[in-house]
Design a protein around this ligand. Sequence first.
Ligand SMILES: *[C@@H]1O[C@H](CO)[C@@H](O)[C@H](O)[C@H]1NC(C)=O
Ligand SMILES: *[C@@H]1O[C@H](CO)[C@@H](O)[C@H](O)[C@H]1NC(C)=O
Ligand SMILES: CC(=O)N[C@H]1CO[C@H](CO)[C@@H](O)[C@@H]1O
Length: 736
Amino acid sequence: MSPRDLMGNLPRGKFVVLLFFCYWVFAVTASLTYDRKAVIIDGKRRILISGSIHYPRSTPEMWPDLIQKAKDGGLDVIQTYVFWNGHEPSPGKYYFEDRFDLVKFVKLVQQAGLYVHLRIGPYVCAEWNFGGFPVWLKFVPGISFRTDNEPFKAAMQSFTEKIVSIMKEEKLFQAQGGPIIMSQIENEFGPIEGRLGAAGKTYAQWAAKMAVGLDTEAPWVMCKQPDAPDPVIDTCNGYYCDSFRPNTKYKPKIWTENWTGWYTQFGGPVPRRPAEDLAFSVARFIQNGGSFVNYYMYHGGTNFGRTSSGLFITTSYDYDAPIDEYGLLNEPKWGHLRDLHKAIKLCEPALVSADPAVTQLGMNLEAHVFKTDSGACAAFLANYDTKYASKATFGNGQYDLPPWSISILPDCKTAVFNTASVGSLNAGKEMTPVDGEFTWLSYTEEPASSSEDDTFTEYALWEHLNVTWDSSDYLWYMTDVNIDPDEGFIKSGGSPILTAMSAGHVLHVFINGQLSGTVYGSLNYPKLTFSNSVKLNVGNNKVSLLSVTVGLPNVGAHFETWNAGVLGPVTLQGLNEGTRDLSLQKWSYKVGLKGEALSLHTVSGSDSVEWAKGSLLAKKQPLTWYKTSFSTPAGDDPLAFDMSSMGKGQVWVNGQSIGRHWPGYIASGRCNDCNYAGNYTEYKCQTNCGEPSQKWYHVPRSWLIPSGNFLVVFEEWGGDPTGISLVKRGTKTVSA
Ligand SMILES: *[C@@H]1O[C@H](CO)[C@@H](O)[C@H](O)[C@H]1NC(C)=O
Ligand SMILES: *[C@@H]1O[C@H](CO)[C@@H](O)[C@H](O)[C@H]1NC(C)=O
Ligand SMILES: CC(=O)N[C@H]1CO[C@H](CO)[C@@H](O)[C@@H]1O
């Protein structure tokens, strides 16, 4: 009988892990089960505090410190997604090095004495390129993502098995003495299941069964999946989860994503979530019987390279998390939550043994009391009012409760913590410029244009991703436009109007080598239309449209079918003939930039072109590459580039991409006052309006050498590199 068979026979969906084959190998018999109250580790029900840290969003050199800070902050568990497109860049060719060294990451968590919740997915959403799916998956014949589709299920199963088998080989599951106490299959599938009809339902059941069949001897969860079949636990994601109920009475109440803040998009403001409200939401979940809380994100980090998605997601994935993008403590949030976790842990014996008795103490006032037969007692006193503080009478005491707050009484007498009373120090961000200026060299590439020997031509407009397979953000659409000397606009000195419709995300229009205009979409509306008068000469004119993607979609039903690029129509208005439709004339295609083909971001590649310097340095020029070298400042403060003088493009240091820069996209939003009280949404507490959505770009110290660091910037639409500076990130402490 395998543990799986055993599980199936157990009443009430519980399962017990018995080590039939290898129990003599380990000194202790590890066991992992759950019941309606909590996850049970080695026979003990546990209140578990978890936090998301995504390994590729920082460097291996940063991992030990991030994990230690998470531990010091009172975490028991580190949760991460597994990033399929990072691990299987082409079918069957796996990559587990460097930032994708998953085994190393899990082992570091283990060494710190923490557990791991491994969210394999392999759909991860996560504002990560294509939701974690490799782009080649889109081109598997007959594929349809996340539904009852054989090619998709085969690929998903094969990757899931690969990850599970690596974890088993390395003995990383808890039953083997490892840190992984929980896994996840799929991700937030419930909300789209209904739209897929019967196939959605079948797929969800298949995914659960497939995962359970892998015999990891640790529970699987499916978040936002109300029909998750036993023994898979359905869990909650959201800003608040206190009213969430698992789909059976014998599953614990787990919160897999408690959003600590929110992501930033280019063009959007930077959201903040007040520490008071975050602590309130966690206390509320626990007082309602929750036993596993995960902070999404605990460290958000950086979308290096071209890994960001959701379309228009910024390179920074700071998320206003308790540990900031740079690995520094985000105070007062980190400290306030640490104090909350201490208070919750003091209540653990009562929380895991008793169910809460809820009593009204007055208007908007409630007490949740956990009292056990053995005499343990813990109480949570809540004030839900968003405006008024209250004095609550409870037991023999009087308790002051600020608005929208919960006090925690681990002995039912003494309030040791209130979610709205922030004891830790506030700390602002400080970016200090590092001495020394860069000496820049520039190289401006010509816009590509159609020529006689183009091999890649078609009498049609092609979809962008269909051509690039995301090997580059850039795709050139090139055509020729012949203008007769008799054209009326030539005689009158006017100009015709070129209109080009694109499914997104950015379009630069070049006419005869000159930038004629740039248009771009936004996260909520990636589509765009260029429509402008253009200067055309008699004879042949070169029209070159540079279509640019800003990450592939990561969310929505069948996002694999979403298009990008110039799908047309493309027209020219104001000719003698009226409007000329260019859509079906001959187009040439070129994937990527010349500088990309030459690897100008590397030292050896950069030798292949002539660079201009001094008075010839290109400024405010589109399609321009810049290079310089610099020394690493002493100390260990995290470093960033202030890119505010630039427009849009990409930055590399020593050949490594630190991500897309786009300070030219200014944040619009409503940066109102931020009152912590009341239900949080990402539209509250916005910051940074009127400023670039992102002007600082993290450069990990581990990518630097003491001197002679090679810095390359590619600029799409025009910027002034002499304004770029290297800054150190520090914290300036101001009292709360
Ligand atoms: C995709 O590219 C192929 C050639 O590689 C072409 O035949 C097809 O029409 C293209 N589809 C779209 C939607 O552009
Ligand atoms: C907060 O949201 C919950 C759930 O939607 C709602 O029941 C409650 O009334 C809201 N509270 C306030 C103060 O807006
Ligand atoms: C449905 C939804 O909005 N899900 C989001 C939950 O939050 C995570 C983290 O930001 C996102 O990845 C999901 O898209």
